[in-house]
Design a binder for this molecule. Structure first.
Ligand code: NAP
Length: 242
């Protein structure tokens, strides 16, 4: 029996993570579909993958919880690919944010990436192969007003990617980052239609991105032909931030 390559995609119950899980399954990966609380949506992602002939299973874990992350990797096993996608956002003035909101955001969007990458590194280094892809944001590159903590977390992800690529390169492990612009997902559900239209109008390609646009960039980075690419930040933003 041919052993499938394996992937863990964090936050794959919805949006970019779900599209990425589907894309990786089409590339032949067995995918662990991680989620935090939305089991029905995660199971729906699994159903879409298996209906298309792929292999997947859902795993609940909060990426900001070190024990939860260990359990995720215990269940999913050593992955060939880890996509650190799970994330939350918060729009509002810094002075209005509570301690809990700040630590939840940094805990999920930055510490979660670090914790999952640490578990992956522990399992990938002995195999001398692996690929880690972190989903950052254009706000981590240029900063967004009223999203200062989110921007800081994503800037941290970009710095972490560059550093870890240097640390793990000699072990045959590549670490890259995809940096999306405005993508149509639940994360932007609070924005009005007018705001979304304005954002699309400000984008040189005159549209918002789709989860599949971001998944395609992940697909480019994981493939064998990209084996000399590491430590890079790949923007998928329609040209809004150059
Ligand atoms: P989304 O539709 O809101 O989905 C978020 C996903 O993350 C869900 O699967 C959610 O699981 C999961 N999640 C949240 N907190 C988690 C935790 N602590 N542990 C495990 N899973 C957790 O978001 P999205 O727009 O697809 O965003 C995906 C990534 O892209 C994020 O890192 C985001 O910052 C980044 N990004 C998005 C945009 C955009 O415009 N949408 C732009 C740039 C970057 P549940 O369903 O269980 O809650």
């Amino acid at each position: 029996m041919i052993q499938l390559k394996t992937a863990i995609v964090t936050g794959a119950s919805r949006g970019i993570g779900a599209a990425t899980a589907l894309m990786l399954s089409k590339l032949g990966y067995s995918v662990a579909v991680n989620y935090r609380e939305n089991k029905a949506a995660a199971d729906e992602t699994v159903k879409r993958i298996t209906a298309a002939g792929g292999d997947a299973f859902s795993v609940r874990a909060d990426v900001s919880d070190p024990e939860g992350v260990k359990e995720l990797f215990r269940i999913a096993g050593a992955p060939d690919v880890l996509v650190n996608n799970a994330g939350i956002s918060h729009i509002g003035l810094l002075q209005d944010m509570t301690d809990g909101e700040i630590s939840r955001l940094i805990g999920t969007d930055l510490v979660g990436v670090i914790l999952c990458s640490r578990e992956a590194a522990r399992l990938m280094v002995p195999k001398k192969s692996g690929c880690i892809i972190n989903i950052a944001s254009m706000w981590g590159e240029v900063g967004a007003s009223c999203e200062a903590v989110y921007s800081a977390a994503k800037a941290g992800v970009i710095g972490f990617t560059k550093a870890l690529a240097k640390e793990l390169g000699p072990s045959g492990i590549r670490v890259n980052c995809v940096s999306p612009g405005v993508i149509k997902t639940d994360m932007n559900g609070e924005l009005t239609r007018e705001t979304l239209e304005e954002l699309a109008g400000d984008t040189p390609l005159l549209r918002l991105g789709t989860p599949e646009d971001v998944a395609a960039a992940v697909g480019f980075l994981v493939r064998e032909e990209s084996s000399f690419i590491t430590g890079q930040i790949l923007p998928v933003n329609g040209g809004i931030v150059i």
